[in-house]
Design a protein around this ligand. Structure first.
Ligand SMILES: Cc1cc2nc3c(=O)[nH]c(=O)nc-3n(C[C@H](O)[C@H](O)[C@H](O)COP(=O)(O)O)c2cc1C
Length: 371
């Protein structure tokens, strides 16, 4: 067992006691610990694992497992070696924007995050810190590939710019990743922690203009097959899914991710264990941020299931896939996806819980449970 695996296990065992600390202190400790751990984690080089998943084929790509990290875990394009060796089905870097962002700082806390240990959920208000498309694309171009573990990049428009400039820089970013040789792209349209993403109708006029420009200036000019999927919030209304999917298919996008974190603090509060409520209330009232983990699981599954139903009914002329993301933590979740016709899944909050339990064997252990 590596030192990091031991640390993760110890930190996980101590997590419930964090809730007993004053909420401000608990948030400060977890935020700093999370950043330090992530840095160290990305440098791990475990031996390659034997995994027993049936490979999944989608868009002509081979995924050695039906599950991989959600965006935001490796914002700088680091960590491909560790997850590919663990047996992840793919890898995604980012989210990146055209210009570097320092992310959020409040109350002296950089990149605030909290964990609700007994509720298997978390919050973050990081604000998309990243080094920019160009730096991360260059890093991805140099990666040594592992067969069965495609490389993706998550991108977002720079919200602070005027629309025309933001769109041009977004297209330039997509082209940089295309040249860097990535296998697929995610368009993050749902970060609650930056201006311009949160709230409002899911297909507002600004988003529709973005999607049209991407179709005309990227999807139709791609020099090779390079799937582009769009990621929405788990707060998307079920009734919005048919229109959303129809629009994405008509505009020639290749898939959808459902979804990102939630800002429905009052609704999800009822799912939080009483022992975690002190930190929960402090975090959501001080920072807001996005909720992840078990609290968003039911919404993510319902949305992805509905999306699959709509895709089937529309019988698109091109390959279009639904990726489920939100609250995935076990082989049972993957079985549920299979039953719903969902081929591909991503995890973030559940990943770290599984890492604390199984260390680098986490995908291997899931594949055994699924047998
Ligand atoms: C600390 C943290 C940072 C995140 N950063 C991003 C990001 O940069 N881009 C993005 O699309 N989603 C980001 N997310 C959202 C996750 O990709 C995922 O959609 C969400 O956490 C739900 O999945 P989960 O319940 O498995 O965590 C982030 C989530 C967390 C917890």
């Amino acid at each position: 067992m590596s030192l990091l695996e031991v640390l993760a296990r110890a930190e996980h065992a101590l997590r419930p006691t964090l809730s007993a600390l004053p909420p401000k202190l608990a948030t400060r400790l977890f935020s700093a610990g999370r950043t330090a751990f992530s840095k160290r984690f990305a440098k791990e080089l475990p031996a390659g694992r034997e995994i027993r998943f049936e490979p999944t084929m989608a868009w002509g790509l081979k995924f050695q497992a039906p599950l991989w990290n959600a965006a935001g875990m490796f914002k700088s394009g680091e960590g491909y070696a560790v997850v590919s060796r663990q047996g992840a089905g793919a890898y995604v870097a980012g989210t990146t924007t055209s210009r570097p962002r320092t992310g959020n700082v409040l109350d002296g806390i950089r990149w605030p995050a909290a964990v609700y240990a007994r509720s298997h959920s978390a919050s973050n208000w990081m604000g998309l810190p990243n080094e920019g498309h160009a730096v991360v694309a260059q890093r991805l171009a140099r990666l040594e590939r592992v067969p069965g573990c495609p490389i993706g990049a998550s991108v977002s428009a720079q919200q602070e710019l005027d629309e025309a400039t933001a769109l041009q820089e977004l297209i330039d970013g997509l082209v940089l990743y295309e040249r860097a040789g990535v296998d697929y792209l995610e368009l993050n349209e749902s970060c609650p922690n930056v201006e311009g993403h949160a709230g409002g109708p899911v297909l507002d006029a600004g988003l529709l203009r973005r999607l049209h420009v991407i179709r005309d200036q990227f999807l139709r000019t791609r020099r090779r097959p390079l799937p582009v999927v769009v990621k929405f919030s788990t707060d998307t209304e079920l009734s919005q899914v048919p229109e959303l999917i129809r629009t994405l298919i008509e505009l020639e996008f290749d898939g959808v991710i459902l979804g990102n974190t939630s800002t429905r603090y009052a609704q999800h509060r009822t799912q939080i264990h009483p022992a975690d409520l002190g930190v929960y209330d402090h975090f959501t009232q001080t920072f807001g941020g996005g909720l992840s983990g078990a609290v968003v699981k039911a919404d993510a599954l319902a949305l992805a299931t509905e999306a699959v139903r709509v895709v089937r009914s529309l019988e698109p002329h091109h390959e279009f896939h639904v990726i489920r993301c939100g609250g995935i933590a076990s082989a049972t979740d993957l079985l549920e996806s299979q039953r719903a016709g969902i081929l591909l899944n991503q995890w973030y909050t559940g990943y770290y819980e599984a890492f604390a339990r199984h260390g680098h064997d986490l995908y291997e252990s899931l594949s055994v449970d699924l047998q």
